[in-house]
Design a protein around this ligand. Structure first.
Ligand SMILES: [Zn+2]
Length: 131
């Protein structure tokens, strides 16, 4: 039995505020928005995260964002920018791949709470990544 809440939304077993739907994805409003117009792009097929996603979904989602969703958010909500994010494991509440589209506004005061003491020397991190 599939208990995935996003699969249930895709199958219309759970209602959602759907902004766009095509053969590959469903785009819904987040029920816990960070800003006004926070959208989630859900692949219709269940993928867990970036490690198993089909790249066609990612390409399709970014093209859809560029051609339709971002222009819609700009036109209707007058946002000043757009943050695109996708969480894997940490920060990923629902284990069904999804892309967040977070409209940004000049006064939204979004703070990613970066703790500078946790940031190591740039050369040290670079050396670790490239050795
Ligand atoms: Zn699912």
């Amino acid at each position: 039995m599939n208990d995935c809440i996003f699969c249930k939304i895709i199958n219309n077993e759970i209602p959602s505020k759907t902004i766009h739907e095509d053969e590959l994805v469903k785009v819904i409003m987040s029920i816990d928005p960070v800003t006004n117009g926070h959208l989630l792009i859900l692949p219709k097929k269940h993928y867990t995260n970036i490690l198993d996603i089909n790249e066609i979904i990612v390409t399709h989602s970014l093209k859809l964002t560029k051609d339709k969703l971002y222009p819609l958010l700009k036109e209707k909500l007058n946002c000043d920018g757009l943050t695109i994010s996708e969480n894997n494991f940490l920060g990923q509440e629902i284990k069904h791949f999804h892309i967040h589209l977070i409209p940004r506004y000049k006064d939204d005061n979004i703070d990613f709470n970066i703790i500078k003491e946790n940031i190591n020397d740039l050369d040290e991190v670079f050396n670790n990544l490239t050795k």
